[in-house]
Design a protein around this ligand. Structure first.
Ligand SMILES: NC(=O)c1ccc[n+]([C@@H]2O[C@H](COP(=O)([O-])OP(=O)(O)OC[C@H]3O[C@@H](n4cnc5c(N)ncnc54)[C@H](O)[C@@H]3O)[C@@H](O)[C@H]2O)c1
Length: 340
């Protein structure tokens, strides 16, 4: 049913959640009416800063508010499944931060809850909504790269562990290190650009070589600091993925390369390599700046208003989660893991 009134939203978790609040507040058709953070002082402070009527430390209080149509789940990874399922069951549409969940079992529960309740569940894969990704998707859909048979993607940091000692570096709360944190974005991005073919197998390695660099007085660091993987797809195409929080490289790198039969693409910055009239041609599209966060939030709201299925679906989130699980399993067993 198409909504007649302003969309009323709540944001749960106020780290990256504050980006969601700002993105919602740019949209005249949306009102942010409540915010939640386990840290009640922070919740109150954010509510005051952004002029939000309600603040809570318990997400259930927000879900009890009947007037709320939709929520952003922006809590640490181990709470995504619990809060998303509760929100769907409370009749709210959900935009859930990446990674979808800690593991496949949780992601399946989330997909099931979305199907049973009929509510929308969108994954916050913000990289899809950046200017280069949006333009490249259209270019690919027009057949300009031909068949994409290989993709290479990576997000490597020289020194960049988020929240050292806290939930990010505690496997029981994050599900893993850079693979689930950064790799999830890059894997989703290239698979989406390739038309979301399903994976048939994954082979990966993970390393934790720098733990001694970070002696902790309190907290935990028990996740990998580098992961690499080879994922084979049902189309016969292959994806190579690499990601690190700590590695001895010249500097941080975020890159993707698509290899197609009619053209190739490197980004960011986006460059297209093709052949026209017997000559090699390089293209550099001039694109306006768009924030991925603003784009994803605007898309979520548009889907609610127009009762459309979001493009970053729960099923796609589940597929990515399956692949990540398979990479971790392969790293542990030293064997390729078959997915179907
Ligand atoms: N899309 C992106 O580019 C992007 C960037 C950063 C983080 N993230 C994702 O967003 C999520 C949050 O990451 P972050 O960087 O904001 O982490 P963070 O630790 O900075 O912030 C998380 C917030 O959630 C609050 N919180 C914890 N438990 C809660 C609960 N039970 N109820 C309500 N609030 C609770 C914490 O108090 C904290 O303020 C993670 O899943 C992360 O992977 C996505």
């Amino acid at each position: 049913m198409v909504k007649q009134h302003k969309i009323r939203v709540g944001v749960i978790g106020t780290g990256i959640g504050s980006y969601h609040i700002r993105a919602y507040q740019k949209l005249p058709e949306v009102e942010v009416v409540a915010v939640v953070d386990l840290d009640s002082k922070r919740a109150k402070q954010i509510a005051e800063e952004y002029g939000i009527a309600h603040s809570f430390s318990d997400y259930r209080k927000l879900l009890d508010l009947k007037q709320i149509d939709a929520v952003s789940v922006c809590t640490p990874n181990f709470l995504h499944a619990e809060i998303t399922v509760a929100a769907l069951q409370a009749g709210k549409d959900v935009l859930c931060e990446k990674p979808m969940a800690m593991n496949t079992q949780e992601a399946e529960m989330m997909v099931k809850a979305a199907r049973q309740t009929g509510r929308k569940l969108m994954m916050a894969f913000c990289r899809r909504f950046q200017n280069d990704s949006q333009w490249l998707k259209k270019y690919i859909e027009a057949g300009e790269l031909g068949e994409i048979y290989y993709a290479k993607t990576g997000w490597l940091r020289r020194r960049g562990i988020p929240g050292l000692g806290g939930w990010f570096t505690t496997k029981a709360k994050s599900g893993g290190g850079p693979l689930i944190d950064l790799g999830v974005h890059m894997l989703d991005l290239v698979l989406w650009l390739m038309g979301n073919p399903r994976a048939v197998s994954a082979s990966g390695s993970t390393y934790a070589k720098f733990t001694d660099l970070y002696p902790l007085e309190k907290g935990t660091l028990d996740v990998e600091d580098l992961a690499c993987a080879l994922v084979r797809l049902e189309t016969g195409a292959t994806v190579f993925l690499e990601t690190s929080w700590v590695s001895n490289i010249s500097g941080d790198r975020v890159y993707s390369s698509l290899f197609g039969t009619k053209g190739g693409a490197d980004f960011p910055p986006l460059k297209i390599y093709t052949e026209k009239h017997g000559k090699l041609v390089d293209l550099e599209p001039r694109l306006p700046e768009i924030s991925g966060y603003d784009g994803e939030v605007a898309h979520f709201v548009e889907c609610i208003l127009q009762d459309k299925e979001p493009t970053a679906t729960a099923e796609q989130g589940l597929e990515i989660t399956r692949i990540l699980d398979a990479i971790y399993e392969s790293a542990e067993t030293g064997k390729e893991v078959l997915l179907r």
